[in-house]
Design a protein around this ligand. Structure first.
Ligand code: GLY
Ligand code: MN
Ligand code: MN
Length: 526
């Protein structure tokens, strides 16, 4: 794509054109790859004779009432304080091309907005009198963003990052307000909105709390305001961290809308696993067969969702013992197992996180089946334990008990089961080095900033969604295990929804037992 149009800041003629400035700053040279007309005649012509933009009647998003309740909970927690939650900015991938935009999960949670929404936007919760805010809360929320420019504007045709001519339609102020139920305002008003009356509370200023790590420009704005008003930066860092923590904890229990989104992500992910089985014959024997598997899943993710929730692990043979194998450039060999850990992220940005370990030829060998069954038994024991009131950390304890016993039966543990399971031992972790469960939602590792007592040490409650994902990994180079075990890695990962009675396996429709996996593969491969 050649950007042939002028940009407002781009008045310097390219160096290979007559009149080029020899001392053109390097930061301007990004535009030198093409010629850009700058004449007034061109601007007049480009700015005229476009049909008016279609007037869309935007309706409220299904997420809007749920997001309103989340903002109310946030308001309850931080009465009297200004809360600033940026969506984040576009990120350069290479020179002047950007990654596809993906908003910070806290912003998505509080606005209900998903795919494409909305680079540079910031949600500001402005404190008002007690109970006088939105929905009876103590704040008024405003979404500051850059609305789509009119077709008579220079931005329309000249801005390759935001102009409709280049990237397609974007929301208007009225449209986004109708969809979210949040008042909207032009991004140009953000600086005043964030900084007005800000300052030390002791002298009557308004305290700002910022979600850090999302948008460096907004961080600079807040930090500058704090410095200018004599607010202690170290203390402010602590206050900001409390906001981050609370926003993470606010997602520990999912509402009905989130559960439906997760069900959709899981369904698309299961379809992606079916696609994987169908391409296994093509992957087998190809020098980069793992990429064929990865590509098949990615097609499904883009077709049914927004993207992958995380980079797919397509790990065949010994690569399955490399926990974060995302290089996916290995062969898929006949007789091996292939471990695939993949999740479709929905347009709402909720993601599934599922792992299946499949026999490349459709049939497990006896030793593969033995190892697989141990992992399955461990997962099933964890599932059976899950019910409201169980401590989150005890899911892992339950899964490890089964694996340690099995490793002991196989003669692999150098100590007793009890000694291995004691804090001083942990020898079984050589072959199962990761956690068994993590929360799942907008982030694959959701709620990661929650306090330990609300996560690992907490009792699970209805509405929580997390994974159960034990594994066993025997590396080729592991001389502590018999040769026949080496080069085998197995993980089985499912997504669990805690209900009043116990747990629902959201991904139960994807076969898990060795017999069911074989039958399912046989059916798909005809
Ligand atoms: N796919 C990352 C995980 O399972 O945690
Ligand atoms: Mn996981
Ligand atoms: Mn996973």
């Amino acid at each position: 794509m050649n950007d042939e149009t002028p940009r407002p800041t781009d008045q310097t003629a390219p160096a290979d054109q007559p009149g080029a400035a020899a001392d053109q700053p390097v930061e301007d040279r990004v535009n030198n790859r093409s010629q850009k007309p700058t004449s007034d005649a061109f601007k007049r012509f480009m700015g005229s004779n476009w049909a008016p933009a279609e007037i869309r009647q935007d309706l409220p998003d299904a997420s809007a009432p749920f997001a309103a309740r989340r903002r109310k909970a946030l308001s309850e927690q931080f009465e009297g304080e200004r809360l600033v939650i940026p969506a984040g900015a576009l990120k350069v991938r290479s020179n002047d091309t950007d990654y596809r935009f993906r908003a910070h999960s806290a912003f998505a949670h509080l606005t209900g907005l998903g795919v494409d929404h909305e680079p540079d936007a910031t949600l500001v919760l402005e404190p008002v009198d007690h109970g006088a805010g939105d929905h009876g809360g103590h704040h008024e929320a405003t979404l500051y963003f850059r609305p789509m420019a009119g077709r008579d504007s220079e931005e329309f045709y000249s801005n390759a990052r935001t102009g409709e001519f280049w990237i397609g339609t974007r929301p208007t102020l009225g449209g986004l307000q109708a969809r979210t139920g949040i008042r909207t305002a032009d991004l140009s008003g953000l600086e005043v909105a964030v900084t007005k009356n800000a300052g030390a509370v002791e002298i009557g200023g308004v305290r700002i709390r910022l979600l850090r790590g999302s948008d460096l420009d907004v961080e600079a704005l807040v930090d500058t305001s704090r410095i200018n008003t004599g607010v202690d930066l170290e203390v402010s860092d602590g206050l900001d961290a409390q906001l981050t923590e609370f926003l993470s904890e606010l997602r520990l229990v999912k509402d009905g809308w989130e559960i439906e989104e997760l069900r959709g992500s899981v369904a698309a992910t299961i379809a992606g696993f079916e696609d994987i089985v169908r391409v296994l014959p093509a992957a087998r024997g190809h020098e980069r067969g793992e990429r064929i598997v990865e590509g098949a899943f990615f097609s499904r993710a883009r077709l049914e969702g927004n993207d992958l929730g995380y980079d797919t692990i397509a790990a065949s043979g010994n690569n399955a013992t490399v926990l974060h194998w995302i290089r996916n450039n290995g062969e898929v060999r006949s007789g091996d197992l292939i471990l695939v850990d993949a999740g479709v992220e929905a347009d709402s940005l909720y993601t599934a996180d599922i792992t299946r370990t499949l026999p490349v030829d459709g049939t497990f060998s006896p030793v593969q089946r033995t190892i697989y069954q141990a992992v399955l038994d461990s997962a099933d024991a964890a599932f059976a334990a899950v019910k409201p009131g169980l401590r989150f950390r005890d899911i892992h304890t339950t899964a490890m008990q089964v694996l340690a016993e099995r490793l002991h039966e196989w003669g692999l543990l150098p100590v007793s089961v009890d000694e291995a399971l004691s804090p001083e031992g942990q020898q079984h972790r050589r072959w199962m080095p990761h956690g068994t469960s993590h929360h799942l939602g907008l982030d694959v590792h959701d709620c990661a900033q929650a306090k330990r007592e609300l996560y690992l040490d907490a009792e699970i409650v209805p509405g929580m969604v997390f994974t159960i994902e034990p594994g066993l990994y025997f590396k080729n180079e592991d001389l502590a295990v018999p040769e026949e075990y080496r080069g085998i890695g197995v993980r089985i990962e499912d997504d669990v929804y805690v209900t009043d009675e116990g747990a629902e396996n959201l991904s139960a429709a994807l076969p898990r037992t060795p017999d069911d996996v074989e039958a399912w593969m046989a059916r798909l491969l005809g």
